[in-house]
Structures are given as C-alpha cells and as structure tokens.
Design a protein around this ligand. Structure first.
Ligand code: FE2
Length: 205
C-alpha cells in the first residue's frame, strides 16, 4: 500500500478576514489567536515530526491520540484550532431543517442546546474546548475537553468546537467567558457543521 506523507502540516489561512467576525470576535483577538497561537502549534508539531520520519505518514487525527505527549498536544492544538476557525463564519445562516430536527430531537430546542453549551463551557476549569458532536446513538451531545485534548474521534463525529482558552476572548471580554460563548452563537457556521456530519457519515458507509 502506498502512503502519502502528511508531514509537514500546513498553516491554513482563514476563509474570512481578521476583522470579519466583529463585533463578536475582534480583529486583534483573531490576529493573535490565528496568526500566533495556532501557527505556533503548526510550527511546533512540524519541528517535532522532523525528527520522527516514521510518523510522516500518520494523519493528524491519529497523531492526536499517540502516546508521545508533546506530539499529541501539538497535533491536538493544530486539529482543534483548524476545526474552531472553520466552525466560525461572518455569514451566519440558521441551521438547515435537517439539522434543526436533529437539534430538537437531541435537546428539545436550539435554546436548550445553547444553554447546555454555555453551561459546559463556563463550567470547564482552566483551558479547553466545548464541542457539539454526534454520539453513536445518533443524538447530538455537548462534550468538553481539557487543554488540547480532542474528543474520541472513533466514537463521536464532531460538528463544531469552541475554543474556551482565555486567548479566545480575554482581549475582548476579559474574564467573561459566558459573554464570549453567547457571542459565538452569532457566528457559528452551521453549513460547515452539516458538512462535518455528512462527510463523516459518508466515510462509514
Ligand atoms: Fe486557541
């Protein structure tokens, strides 16, 4: 079997401009978050992998689960940030009818889903992510992970994640994480969330 190398991992550009998410997420926050924090994870992961050619054909998702803590953490930092930036859009559209039904079946209503996301995100001590994911029983669930951990991708299909490290909101909202999570509601990319759902479902067919 022929394996293509995944290494080196690309530093992906945003699909929107740095000021596009104003006033929900400011240009300054997005600049430091994308151009500094995220880039740092890509650079560190590539530097670590440079010395480990045996891992050059391992995809990013698998690197987020390996035993080596440095590689796992930096791979998680790349995976989590790429999903987060893709989960945001300046061109907000309501969830599709199909997505709305899934939300209603899983939580009762979209409001109840957001209440749970905000409670989970504010309840997380320290740094991490809050996720919306499809569980094996076919219902959506809200999950949290610490630091740069990734949810169990063999079990769950992530629809979106929200970075709740302080660098995601401190410049804009200081310690008000709940305000940030409320603001993110207005820039969530539901089209991308649905693509995540469809692409992963296709893979298991
Ligand atoms: Fe981050």
């Amino acid at each position: 079997m022929n394996y293509d190398d995944f290494y080196p991992f690309d530093y992906e550009s945003l699909s929107y401009t740095l000021d596009a998410l104003n006033p929900y997420i400011s240009k300054y926050t997005l600049y430091f978050h994308h151009d500094k924090h995220y880039k740092n994870y890509v650079d560190k992961l590539n530097a670590l992998l440079k010395k480990r050619p045996m891992l050059h054909n391992v995809p990013l998702e698998a690197l987020t689960e390996i035993a080596d803590e440095d590689i796992r953490t930096n791979a998680g930092g790349v995976y989590n940030h790429e999903l987060y930036f893709s989960s945001l859009t300046p061109d907000y559209k309501e969830p599709s009818e199909k997505m709305q039904k899934l939300i209603d079946d899983s939580f009762g209503s979209e409001k109840e889903m957001w209440d749970e996301i905000i409670e989970a995100g504010t309840g997380l001590t320290g740094s991490g992510y809050v996720w919306l994911a499809l569980a094996p029983d076919g219902e959506l669930e809200v999950l949290v992970t610490q630091n740069q951990d990734v949810i169990d991708l063999d079990k769950y299909i992530p629809l979106f994640n929200i970075d709740v490290w302080e660098h995601s909101y401190y410049l804009d909202r200081q310690n008000r994480r709940a305000d940030y999570l409320n603001a993110v509601k207005s820039v969530i990319n539901w089209e991308h969330a649905e693509k995540m759902l469809d692409s992963q479902n296709d893979r298991s067919d």
